[in-house]
Design a protein. Structure first.
Length: 308
């Protein structure tokens, strides 16, 4: 007959005959051991009720006492929970929180509709898309007038008549009126239509001039002033056979003898051409004359001018 290691239960060997008393002895051992366990548990305060209470308390504990992570549990949390245990709500204008899907869509659409980083030219182009290319928004003038042109009303069709327009420039040149005299500014104020500074006359006589050769009457390579009159005399000829060439600030113009209304004939058969251009020059002036016929005669030419 053998016995178990821990509780001493009897167990039969192959050579032992069956004996019911052995089973009864084993039940006695079980009864004794269970009694001892129950007494020890009671002495330690461990009862079935207490154990159930501990189990219930553990199940009710939501503070994750064993620190189980979502990865360990194999699932993601249903909501975002902060350190304080409460769920984070969507952000509002007053309270911070998580961004909603609607707000995210708005955020993504800001750049497409924003104009904060657009240039003035881009904004103008966008306005013209609606208002048309004739908008005039890119002009600093309204019908060629700026805000400083009028101290009162700007005239409009069927509107108030403007009587105090104050345009002080014409083609970029300043004008003023002093004692009833109109003046313009060109390095200093000068009277319009009046030249009083350094009046002069240039004259030349050419005997037997070469055909179609230009002869200089007056040449001012550098200076400014006014050419008041040009005159030429062709001696002892019955036809008008000379031309003038006047070059003002590098631009040449030819006045030929075919302009009959500026030719005067005399009893000695001479011819006189008078030109009264009153031309202002700013940098240079040149007056020339030429004969358009050969022969024994003379050409006399004069140029009245004034320097400023």
């Amino acid at each position: 007959m053998q016995q178990t290691t821990n509780y001493g239960f009897k167990k039969r060997e192959l050579t032992d005959l069956p004996d019911i008393t052995q089973t009864e002895d084993n039940w006695d051992v079980v009864d004794t051991q269970m009694k001892q366990n129950a007494d020890a548990a009671a002495a330690a305060g461990v009862t079935a009720v207490a154990a159930q209470q501990n189990i219930d308390a553990h199940k009710a504990d939501t503070a994750n006492p064993h620190q189980v992570t979502a990865a360990q549990a194999g699932a993601a949390p249903e909501s975002h929970v902060g350190a304080g245990g409460s769920e984070h709500p969507a952000a509002t204008t007053a309270v911070a929180g998580f961004m909603s899907a609607t707000d995210k869509s708005k955020l993504n659409g800001i750049e497409a509709g924003a104009t904060g980083d657009q240039t003035a030219a881009e904004i103008l182009a966008a306005i013209k898309t609606v208002d048309g290319s004739g908008s005039g928004l890119d002009a600093d003038l309204l019908d060629a007038k700026n805000a400083g042109n009028a101290s009162g009303n700007i005239p409009v069709s069927n509107g108030t008549k403007c009587t105090n327009l104050n345009a002080d420039k014409v083609d970029g040149i300043d004008f003023q009126i002093v004692n009833g005299q109109l003046q313009y500014y060109d390095g200093g104020w000068k009277d319009v239509g009046v030249v009083v500074t350094q009046p002069r006359v240039a004259a030349v006589t050419i005997d037997n001039p070469t055909l179609n050769t230009w002869y200089t009457v007056l040449n001012i390579a550098s200076g400014s002033g006014v050419l008041n009159r040009v005159a030429g005399i062709h001696s002892a000829q019955t036809s008008d056979k000379f031309d003038f060439r006047i070059t003002v600030d590098g631009v040449a113009s030819t006045v030929d003898h075919n302009i009959a209304d500026i030719i005067t004939g005399f009893s000695d058969n001479s011819r006189r051409m008078d030109i009264v251009p009153r031309v202002k020059f700013n940098s240079s002036l040149k007056v020339e004359i030429r004969a358009t016929i050969e022969g024994s005669f003379s050409l006399d030419a004069f140029a009245d001018y004034a320097l400023t």
